[in-house]
Design a protein around this ligand. Sequence first.
Ligand SMILES: Cc1cc2nc3c(=O)[nH]c(=O)nc-3n(C[C@H](O)[C@H](O)[C@H](O)COP(=O)(O)OP(=O)(O)OC[C@H]3O[C@@H](n4cnc5c(N)ncnc54)[C@H](O)[C@@H]3O)c2cc1C
Length: 402
Amino acid sequence: MRDFDAIVIGAGAAGMMCAGVAGQRGVRVALLEHGAEPGEKIRISGGGRCNFTNRSVDARNFVSANPDFCRSALAGYGAQDFVALVRRHGIRFHEKHRGQLFCDGSAIQIIDMLRAECAAGGVELRLGARVGAVHSGVDGFTLEATGETLRSKALVIATGGLSIPKIGATDLAYRLARQFGLRVVEPRPGLVPLVFQASDWAIMTDLSGVSVPVEISCRGPYGPGRFREDLLFTHRGLSGPAALQVSSYWSPGSPVTINLMPGVDWPAQVRAKGRRKSALEGMLADWLPRRLAEKIAGSALPSALRARAVAELPDKVLLALAGHTTDWQVCPSGTEGFRKAEVTLGGVDTRDLSSRTMQARQVPGLYFIGEAVDVTGWLGGYNFQWAWSSAVACARSLAAGR
Ligand SMILES: Cc1cc2nc3c(=O)[nH]c(=O)nc-3n(C[C@H](O)[C@H](O)[C@H](O)COP(=O)(O)OP(=O)(O)OC[C@H]3O[C@@H](n4cnc5c(N)ncnc54)[C@H](O)[C@@H]3O)c2cc1C
């Protein structure tokens, strides 16, 4: 039997961060990971460069049944704190689109940084650890891990969500939450491409590969979501940042509204049509990729009118086009699922956790952090920031309770 102050299960973003910070504050930590390497999701994140945070982070960038839950942890350890850590390790980074911060080099630098922080805290990292049944008693928590019994006063579950099962995602967090009487908000894929019935999408497949800046919106269980991002047409439906962002707000059966020409005042364009000597697809190509402009003109006009100059087309026909361009409504049949989802929506119910420490309200010593919790960030570095912030909130509590 080995005794620790805290056992952290899952050496991903949140688990490594928590173990390192707690260890450096004097907590004796064992960090158990069933994979052969820690931080696999960090390694594949941000196209291999890890979008590790965002310059501007607040509660509005997260979806949760309780949107205020994340405030305290974000206030206690924010983007600037993580940036300071990255700088201390000499990792060079740059800002991309809308405050997103990426490594100049490789995401592996972030993993190495977290490993170094764990080593500085004397954390015992065990890779390839198979975690068996977990029990709690007067002496704290005991569990079997690869044939050895470990015991600790505190148990931190940092095993993430269900997305990308092929790199090690499991449902352990939800199973343990239920075992200890915590509620779980049904996990669903988030930041995921949207798909359509093959028969509905057949006429769109020739647009596959076309990307266009749009305004996209929908309304779902987490309220309304509206984003201005690039939309990518695929063989099966819609992807790109616009579709991924809105997917976290979408619920099956509800429509998604797309403005393919945000910022264009279509009625004003119609009023000024007298100046347009080109055919409709030529006019639309002022704002849209040519293939998309052709598709819209083709579906909006009978072939007899397609070659006509816009100036000669009836206003009524042009105004009706707004439905295809600025207010296009589509009804996805589903998503690409956990296989392709960047994150998992839902998770351990925040009503059963302290927002200050991440500790279970009814089970002293039991903590849930990171993506396992019902807090999901937008695309743009917010999910890692939640992992860092929730991890540090927990680590401080572990150190205080030592
Ligand atoms: C392709 C992709 C790209 C992404 N890019 C970004 C990005 O650029 N920026 C951003 O903010 N977010 C990004 N994300 C989301 C981000 O990776 C996650 O939100 C974040 O990793 C969550 O951290 P976590 O520690 O809670 O979970 P994870 O990082 O998933 O870590 C969980 C760990 O627990 C381990 N584990 C699971 N089950 C068990 C078990 N039963 N026993 C022991 N260990 C177990 C896993 O192997 C894993 O190491 C991306 C996600 C994906 C899939």
